[in-house]
Design a protein around this ligand. Structure first.
Ligand code: C5P
Length: 291
């Protein structure tokens, strides 16, 4: 028996840094949604904990105890008092260290798979505590619904309903770890800016988001200047409703009315970039059991 859980790309549709805590973590106001595509985590019972990583971005990722998927499994097993007797496979379709959840989405998917396998409620307080410990984006990926981040991002508030939209993700194939980007941020903090109401369609979503921004884009561009080239190229694609960097970068996304427009736009970009046409998603699919 095998349980498969989608670990789609996470997107920060806007991200305002609204303050900083004494411990160095930043207070955020961000609207998070997902792509319809991304990594996949599967889990099946096994004599001991094993992690296999395959897929186009498997190279260079450790499958040892420091991998977030591995940590998710061992910490959950310890918390519920059982042996971590599970074989996990991570199919890494998304670039690593790229601002779209990556390790966080994978860790959350592993928690969801193991909750299904071990009959634990995913909203069990022990699971939520492990998610918060594993990384700032793990809780929102575990809950699996579009949401506003609260505080440093461990808490969430429900998002307004979001329209169907095409989505194009583009990465310069340069990994960008998060801490140096937050470190390079300077200047005054932004005000929170939640959407005033639910947007009707992709055009209105783009217009509402255009009045907001990603405060980490400027510092990220100082580290990876190719981000600016990607944003400029995305802004020039046909039918684009918004082009923006996600999270701490370097992945950028563009919104369109439909996926076909995103596919057409992808064909016009620098072929050395990684590009994934997809759709905006507001709720992750449930785990799938394959007997
Ligand atoms: O929690 P996570 O490991 O995902 O965060 C990586 C780093 O990003 C943190 O060590 C911190 O430097 C920075 N960060 C932050 N404020 C947040 C989230 C992350 O400063 N809200």
């Amino acid at each position: 028996m095998d349980i498969r859980v989608a670990a789609p790309a996470k997107l920060n549709l806007y991200l305002h840094v609204v303050g900083k805590r004494a411990d160095g973590y930043h207070l955020l106001d961000s609207l998070v949604a997902f792509a319809a595509d991304g990594d996949v985590v599967s889990a099946s019972p096994a004599p001991s904990l094993q992690l296999t990583i395959d897929g186009p971005f498997a190279d260079g990722l450790s499958n040892g105890a420091d991998n977030l998927v591995h940590r998710a499994a061992s910490e959950l097993a310890a918390a519920v008092g059982r042996a971590p007797a599970v074989a996990l496979t991570l199919t890494k379709n998304l670039p690593v260290a790229s601002g779209i959840g990556g390790g966080s989405a994978d860790a959350a998917a592993a928690l969801r798979a193991l909750c299904d396998l071990w009959s634990i409620a995913p909203d069990d307080a022990r699971v939520e505590a492990i998610a918060a410990k594993l990384g700032a984006d793990v809780p929102v990926c575990l809950r699996g619904e579009a949401a506003y981040l609260v505080g440093i991002g461990h808490e969430t508030d429900p998002a307004p309903s979001l329209p169907a939209a095409g989505l194009l993700l583009v990465n310069p194939r340069v990994p960008l770890p998060t801490p140096p980007v937050f470190k390079a941020r300077s200047g005054p903090f932004s005000a929170p800016a939640r959407l005033e109401r639910a947007p009707r369609d992709a055009a209105e979503l783009g217009a509402m988001l255009a009045a907001r921004h990603n405060d980490l884009a400027a510092p990220a561009i100082t580290i990876v200047p190719a981000i600016r080239d990607i944003l400029t190229a995305l802004e020039a694609t046909g039918g684009v409703r918004l082009a923006r960097m996600s999270g701490s970068g370097a992945t950028c996304f563009a919104l369109y009315d439909d996926e076909d427009s995103a596919i057409r736009a992808a064909a016009t970009l620098n072929p050395s970039w990684w590009a994934l046409p997809s759709r905006l998603s507001t709720r992750l699919p449930p785990p799938i059991r394959c007997e």
